[in-house]
Design a protein around this ligand. Structure first.
Ligand code: GLU
Length: 307
């Protein structure tokens, strides 16, 4: 299969749609991103990264970071994670607070904000949010084989300044006894994780282990067990795209995670990891052009978990 040719065809297909959708504007650093940006990268078994467009430009990965913190928490605490976070699609906005009250402070899944805040809490030892953030950075640099990966501290600061809703979610969960660490400590790590800046190429490479049963196919390092890898992919499939996870599964048929920076990470089990970036979002918060590009890619490659 000639992935470079396929990517060229995908880029041609999305060209008339470039700039569609609404760029996230809750913080200046996201609001000022050029809506016409488009990049896509596919990392395959041997670590080769096929790419097109702005695939080497770093963008704010936002909620895509939740996939990595979720994997790390499963590695660290195993199935006890499920005592404090569920694994059902939320059917509500990513930052909904209503559901949390009904469900007594147990968030629906690890890929919505409340769930990721609980996951982050699990990753903090001795109240040291800096160490957790350094650890995550180190893991991403290792997985992507790229030491240049960094956090955009301007985005992290803005996340904190505009973080009233996330603070509310966290305090609400704390009131149900579902957080061990201090709320501000957890959020200082959470906001920095949202502010990680990666390119499509770095992101696809960093997530490659999820396409190969939890083992990096290049370095042969086992990162998560095969069973956990399948489960992480299952949660991405059912919960990875806010309130349009069902539509995404229908259209693309592969597990993935969207972020409001316009990035989408998608896993094609046994084939590779795909990252796409285009900042304009649909109403649910998923990249409009990114989803179109992924639809075109799976049509051309035939990749799907549904046979
Ligand atoms: N920083 C955003 C928040 O926590 C993440 C949004 C997202 O990408 O879903 O509200």
């Amino acid at each position: 299969m000639d992935l470079d040719k396929i990517l060229e065809a995908v880029a041609e297909f999305v060209e008339p749609h470039r700039g569609k959708g609404k760029v996230a504007d809750y913080i200046p650093a996201l609001a000022s991103v050029d809506p016409n940006k488009f990049g896509m990268a596919v990392a395959t078994r041997d670590g080769t990264c096929h790419k097109i467009g702005d695939a080497d430009e770093c963008f704010s990965i936002q909620s895509i970071s939740k996939v990595f913190t979720f994997s790390l928490a499963l590695q660290k605490v195993g199935d006890t994670l499920w005592e404090r976070v569920g694994r059902e699609p939320s059917g509500s906005a990513f930052n909904s607070i209503v559901q949390l009250e009904h469900e007594r402070g147990i968030p629906r899944n690890p890929l919505i904000n409340a769930g990721a805040i609980v996951v982050t809490d699990h990753l903090i030892d001795n109240g040291d949010a800096d160490a957790t953030t350094e650890m995550l950075l180190g893991v991403l640099r290792d997985h992507a084989e790229d030491e240049s990966i960094a956090i955009d501290m301007e985005v992290a600061r803005s996340e904190s300044e505009t973080g009233a809703r996330n603070r509310s979610l966290a305090h609400f969960m704390a009131s149900f006894g579902n957080l061990d660490n201090d709320v501000e400590t957890i959020l200082s790590a959470y906001f920095r994780h949202c502010a990680l800046a990666l390119s499509c190429s770095q992101l696809a490479r960093a997530a490659l282990f999820l396409a190969f049963d939890g083992k990096d196919p290049v370095t042969r390092e086992r990162i998560v067990t095969p069973q956990r890898c399948r489960r992480i992919n299952a949660v991405m499939m059912t919960c990875g795209h806010y309130d349009n996870s069902g539509d995404f599964a229908f259209r693309i048929g592969l597990p993935g995670k969207s972020g409001v920076g316009g990035g989408v990470l998608v896993i094609a089990p046994g084939e590779g990891a795909i990252a796409v970036w285009s900042p304009g979002l649909n109403e649910a918060g998923t990249s409009t052009v990114g989803a179109l590009a992924l639809e075109a890619l799976v049509e051309q490659t035939g990749w799907s978990v549904f046979g």
